[in-house]
Design a protein around this ligand. Structure first.
Ligand code: PEP
Ligand code: MN
Length: 341
């Protein structure tokens, strides 16, 4: 349930009003706009008398939210959520709310030289975050599983060299204690509905990049975000990374249609992963442009210094020169969308 307070209602009045509501067993979230405060009620609202609320002199409008996701719902939070982290060169790495973020780096961290050289290259072209997997969810148990803790240390070295905040995947709860210095924790497609993991991440106080499961619906993705947010962590970034289809030419099918829908239904930033969505390096620039055009708040792109010898996802990795060209070509589209990078 959403309660839009009348314009001019003071924060103190709204808080007292919220306390009374909380006595009826619901939790109340505040969202303050330029002229109006909106209260979002989460929990069992069946006992709440809607007509009495509507008659209250502080209340402008009461709306029942039909969707199962509440905190992720744009009705609860009409303005875009924007995330901001300390970035390179004393600047800020921003995503959402008119800021377009480029997250770039290899699929997996392989060596100091590899991660530092890719980090330098992508930073020079304007990436604002460095990606790189230390713990890798591989289809085969015989494939490279990632460098683990050593990979995390190498990512931190690359961060020290470039100032880029790091994004890396956490596969299980027991790894959380190793992620203290990670800036953004990635939840991979295969873990999107690992509910105990999502609950734990709700308590971890770090931004979460949540990837869409390869056969998950829009509502399932938003409900996964809701799990994290219900635990008190509202810094969630949604990521479309392609879904399973019948055509095997591309690794997945990039469902760009979900981007405007997510932007309409939710206030959370939405990014696109053209690398995992296509599985084909030469398609990445075109799909990056398409991501900008359909309203995404950013992209996450795999970049490798030597794709042919990459230990993971070489076929879909672009080289640093390709990345430089991609950045040149998307900048004008980002400007056309009225966003800043
Ligand atoms: C990745 O980002 O390298 C990855 C494994 O992605 P996904 O979970 O989308 O497959
Ligand atoms: Mn990958």
């Amino acid at each position: 349930m959403i309660i839009a307070m009348k314009p001019g209602v003071l924060r103190a009045e709204a808080e007292e009003f919220a306390r009374k509501l909380e006595k009826q067993g619901v939790t109340v979230d505040f969202s303050e706009g330029a002229t109006q405060t909106v209260l979002g009620l989460v929990g069992d609202t069946t006992a709440i008398d809607e007509e009495a609320l509507q008659a209250n002199h502080l209340v402008e409008r009461v709306i029942r939210v039909q969707e199962p996701y509440k905190r992720a719902n744009r009705m609860f939070h009409p303005n875009d959520t924007a995330l901001e982290l300390p970035g390179a060169d004393g600047g800020k790495a921003k995503i959402g709310g008119g800021n377009f973020a480029v997250i770039a780096g290899p699929c997996s961290v392989e060596s100091r030289e590899q991660i530092v050289s890719v980090a330098r290259a992508v930073k020079n072209e304007g990436a604002s975050f460095l990606r790189g997997g230390a713990f890798k969810p591989r289809t085969s148990p015989y494939s490279f599983q990632g460098l683990g803790d050593e990979g995390l240390s190498l990512l931190l070295e690359a961060k020290k060299e470039t100032g880029l905040p790091i994004v890396t995947e956490l596969m299980e709860i027991s790894q959380i204690e190793h992620f203290g210095n990670v800036d953004v924790i990635q939840v991979g497609a295969r873990n999107m509905q690992n509910f105990s993991l999502l609950k734990e991440l709700g308590r971890c106080g770090k931004p979460i990049l949540l990837k869409r499961g390869m056969a998950s619906t829009m509502t399932e993705l938003l409900m996964a975000a809701e799990y994290i947010m219900a635990g008190g962590n509202d810094r969630v970034i949604l990521c479309e990374r392609g879904v399973r289809g019948f055509d095997t030419f591309t690794r997945n099918i990039l469902d760009l249609g979900i981007v405007p829908v997510l932007k309409k239904k939710s206030h959370l930033p939405v990014i696109v992963d053209p690398s995992h969505a296509t599985g084909v390096a030469w398609m990445v620039p075109a799909m990056s442009k398409a991501a900008v055009a359909c309203g995404a708040d950013g992209i996450i792109v795999e970049v490798h210094n030597d794709p042919e010898h990459a230990l993971c996802d070489g076929e879909q990795s672009i080289t640093p020169p390709d990345f430089a060209a991609l950045m040149v070509s998307i900048r004008k589209y980002i400007a056309l969308e009225g966003k800043t990078i």
